[in-house]
Design a protein around this ligand. Structure first.
Ligand SMILES: CC(=O)N[C@H]1[C@@H](OP(=O)(O)O)O[C@H](CO)[C@@H](O)[C@@H]1O
Ligand SMILES: [Mg+2]
Length: 563
């Protein structure tokens, strides 16, 4: 047995895997998937149970992060400890690949294999097998040994520090270089990883530090706001999570051109995380967080617990709540960028065409899809749920705008587009201004992953440029009434979909029944798919009238419930 495997076994004894538990990789690229966490949270001593459960998972993910780094010649890999918008007693861990993307999908199975190894010895064996399969030399004494580089951070959850210890123990066992970035938002860690791996290259993404992140965003924001009158304060609900101190630091760096009123910033009270606040609360409850006391027509936004989701909303003059979700953010961003590209004169020259496109999931409101296609004249791609799918599809465009309806998304530019934007020569002062704005926009947007802080600044810039309040933004198109229902079934795995999850292949015959129902409703659309994060099937429906959308959802849910 090598000294490394011996060290792995020794350290693993401090982080034993709970018997009778198995772990999976969820839709969000988190292990364990949210279903496992949530079911654990129901036990009598939730936080202790959770901590024990995840301890072994995080230790093993640490081993995998090191292997991933070695497999990529020593490139730096990121590990983020967070459970996002979920309850404070939950936690999870995600890996970040070198360019700041989520872990390549083919590696998810390795994560699952290591996480589920039954004993310390089996774990060491699986680790060795994996290293062999990937031709990685794991002996630090060997000449071919590549020292792994791993950086990590956590959100504000109480279980975070103990899990960081588990991670750290794994990295030490395999002789990795490690840097602890302590508290960070998920997108900040993605930024750091990309900066490290591109440092000193023509693609250098920014200064490798949290300050560097603030400086980059602040400079871009201030450039875009030059000569643009302020549209006043935005109220931001930070879900009582890590986004609060980070937004405050960002706002301080920007200065007076960005006015925000931060609410729900109690990070010293961990039980308040995502409780009665945050992007998920607002989206699912369709109401203001009780702590926000916004005046009618005042702009409000909510982040989630790790600040990678953003939704906007306002109360109309008559008091009705209006949500400006990820679809509205995507359409706003796509139209603004499309206009800038045109105004910069880029698309008039055949060779330097920049094709802007939008990526959505089946949960995007049908009205948003029609608006993008018919009004903005831009192509739309629909992918399965989960940002890893959207991000991948967005890379097919020169400029790909992707958002899930729940507010997770960003804009990605291809290298060719970046080059055109950097080198294009403006032919008039108006073109020059548009071009400068486009160049600043590239810096303002966190292209590694959906980033609530970066997206917030993006929306603020666009609204200021358009001189729009939330009502004008909301008026761009009217959402079709819709309904999302959660149906508990005995085995959700029997629901198999195709066509970006919009149609069921199995159980056989169910799709035909859904089709027959949908046909009866004006502008009706409905689909059912197994959730990747909860033990349930989700049914979505929309139709021209509220009552019809509700009825359609109920009837489709009844069909699903029979299985
Ligand atoms: C309808 C819906 O909102 N689904 C969410 C939810 O996935 P499900 O697979 O539907 O449970 O959690 C994912 C992770 O946060 C998120 O990416 C996705 O949008
Ligand atoms: Mg999140």
């Amino acid at each position: 047995m090598s000294s490394t495997t011996q060290a792995i076994i020794e350290a693993s004894k401090q982080h034993p895997k709970p018997a009778d538990k198995s772990f999976g990789y969820g839709t969000a690229g988190v292990i364990p998937d949210e279903g496992v966490r949530n079911s654990v949270a129901l036990t009598t001593s939730p936080s202790n149970e959770n901590r024990n459960l995840l301890d072994s998972v995080v230790y093993r993910v640490g081993l995998l992060a090191a292997l991933r780094s070695q497999n990529l010649g020593g490139k730096t890999i990121g590990v983020m400890i967070t459970a996002s918008h979920n309850g404070p007693e939950d936690n999870g861990v995600k890996l970040v690949d070198p360019m700041g993307e989520m872990l390549e999908a083919s590696w998810e199975v390795y994560a699952t294999t290591l996480a589920n190894a039954d004993s310390d010895e089996v774990l060491a064996e699986e680790y060795t097998n994996l290293a062999q399969k990937l031709s990685i030399d794991i002996d630090p004494e060997s000449a071919a040994f590549v020292r792994p580089n791993v950086v990590f951070a956590r959100d504000t959850r109480e279980s975070g520090p103990a899990l960081v210890q588990a991670l750290s123990d794994a990295l030490e066992a395999v002789g990795a270089n490690k840097t602890d970035y302590n508290l960070m938002t998920t997108p900040q860690l993605h930024y750091i990883v990309r900066c490290i791996n591109t440092e000193g290259t023509p693609q250098a993404y920014g200064e490798v530090s949290e300050e560097g992140y603030y400086k980059k965003l602040a400079a871009a924001y201030n450039k875009l706001m030059r000569g643009v009158p302020s549209i006043g304060e935005v109220t931001v609900d930070c879900a009582n999570g890590v986004g609060a101190p980070k937004l405050r630091a960002l706002a301080a760096e920007i200065g007076e051109s960005f006015q925000c009123n931060i609410v729900n910033d109690l990070i010293d009270e961990p039980s308040k995380l995502n409780s009665q606040c945050g992007a998920d609360y607002v989206k699912t409850q369709q109401r203001l967080p009780p702590a926000s006391h916004a005046a009618p027509l005042a702009r409000c936004a909510s982040l989630d617990g790790d600040a990678d989701r953003l939704v906007y909303y306002f109360n109309d003059s008559d008091g009705t709540f209006r949500l400006l979700d990820g679809d509205k953010i995507a359409t706003l961003a796509a139209s603004f960028i499309g206009d800038l590209v045109k105004a910069a004169g880029i698309n008039t020259k055949e060779k330097t065409d920049i094709k802007v496109g939008v990526v959505q999931t089946a949960y995007a409101n049908g009205s948003s899809t029609s608006y993008i296609t018919n009004h903005l004249g831009l192509p739309v791609i629909c992918t399965p749920t989960g940002v890893k799918h959207l991000h991948h599809a967005a890379l097919k465009f020169d400029c790909g705008v992707y958002f899930e309806a729940n507010g997770h998304g960003t804009v990605v530019f291809s290298n060719a587009a970046l080059q055109v934007i950097a080198e294009h020569e403006a032919e008039s002062p108006a073109q020059a201004t548009a071009l400068e704005n486009l160049q600043a926009l590239v810096d303002l947007i966190n292209q590694t992953v959906g980033d609530a802080l970066s997206d917030l600044l993006l929306v603020e810039v666009i609204l200021a440029h358009k001189r729009w309040g939330p009502k004008e933004w909301d008026a761009t198109y009217t959402d079709l009434p819709n309904r999302l229902v959660r149906v508990e079934v005995s085995d959700r795995t029997v629901f198999k979909t195709t066509d970006a999850e919009r149609r069921l292949l199995e159980p056989v015959g169910v799709q035909e029944k859904i089709n027959a129902l949908v046909g009866k409703y004006k502008q009706g659309r409905s689909f059912a798919r197994a959730s990747g994060t909860e033990d349930a099937v989700r049914v979505y429906s929309e139709a021209a009238e509220r009552g019809e959308a509700e009825e359609l959802a109920r009837l489709v849910a009844e069909i699903v419930a029979q299985y």
